[in-house]
Write a protein that binds this ligand. Sequence first.
Ligand code: SF4
Ligand code: SF4
Length: 203
Amino acid sequence: MTVPAHAYDPEAARSLIVEVSERSGQNLLACYQCRRCAAGCPVGEETGYVTPDRLIRMIALGDRQAALENELVWRCVSCYTCGTRCPNDIQTARITETLKKMAKEAHLEPLRPKIADFHSAFLESGVRWGRANEMEFMGIYEVKGALRSMKKKDFKSIAEELKTQADLGLSMFKRKRMHMGLQVSAGRKEIQRLQKKASQKKR
Ligand code: SF4
Ligand code: SF4
């Protein structure tokens, strides 16, 4: 696979490394590109040339656009396999999470809009109730997708999506994997407080 070259921009590199390191809580400068993290990533086949080590390299070189707009940022499932293998305890899952937030703040169109919708619906519901309620967060997710399709006047895909999700919901419900009521976590207020604190945290 051809790996594109990234130009080194010292100024941009300095500020990008500081920003991502501070926000993710990971010491990017400790990465010595051994690539142990690249083996075993479950989404490795879907992210093209972007492996955790290469994502860190993009940041270290100051290529903000490449770091914010790549498949690994959107496809990372936060399994922490790469972090477990890293001799320097660098958790790429926290880096991809940070880059997702930065892409959103920069108003970039997500490379994978459905994943972005799922992510924000899960977070919205989780923060509101202190835990995710399947019915609510799947409802938010579907509305977000439907609104996007409506903008494109793509009514066919709305109908297809509704049918797919109705079938899936029914099958989950039969297996008792879908709960109708809203469940509230005892630590809901604490979760809301932490989320507020995190979103106000100075970058
Ligand atoms: S395993 Fe750790 S040190 Fe090695 S390339 Fe990956 S992030 Fe860098
Ligand atoms: S945390 Fe993300 S990048 Fe790391 S192995 Fe898992 S899916 Fe891959």
